[in-house]
Ligand binder design. Structure first.
Ligand SMILES: [Zn+2]
Length: 118
């Protein structure tokens, strides 16, 4: 087996692994989740003490939809779930990039093999 053929098999196996990893992803969403602490309007509130005890944390999801950036608050109970969904999306992007990278090398090798067999 030629070096190219071996490399092709390796790349094919790696691509299968990427596909399986994508298949295993669960719920996903675009955006980033941030944690915030706020100051309220009540005079004498603990959030204005020294040192201040701000209100929160509040979880805010920022995302882009139809080219417009937007955000919404997420309650504490859902913050963990939303955080995982955001991570899943980031993982998907990473896996797609990997697939494209492996796939490009594989495609180049297939062209070489084609030329050699002509
Ligand atoms: Zn306050």
């Amino acid at each position: 087996m030629s070096g190219n053929e071996k490399r092709i098999l390796t790349l094919e196996r790696q691509i299968e692994k990427v596909k399986a990893d994508i298949d295993a992803l669960s719920d996903l969403r675009r955006g980033s989740l941030s944690k915030q602490y706020n100051i309220c309007g009540s005079p004498g509130c603990k959030c204005k003490a020294s040192p201040p005890k701000k209100h929160g944390p509040y979880y805010q999801l920022s995302f882009t939809k139809n080219g417009k950036s937007s955000s919404k608050f997420v309650n504490k109970k859902n913050a963990k779930i939303v955080n995982q969904q955001v991570k899943n999306y980031a993982n998907l992007r990473k896996l797609v990039d990997k697939w494209v990278e492996l796939g490009t090398e594989l495609s180049d090798l297939r062209l070489l093999e084609q030329e050699e067999s002509d």
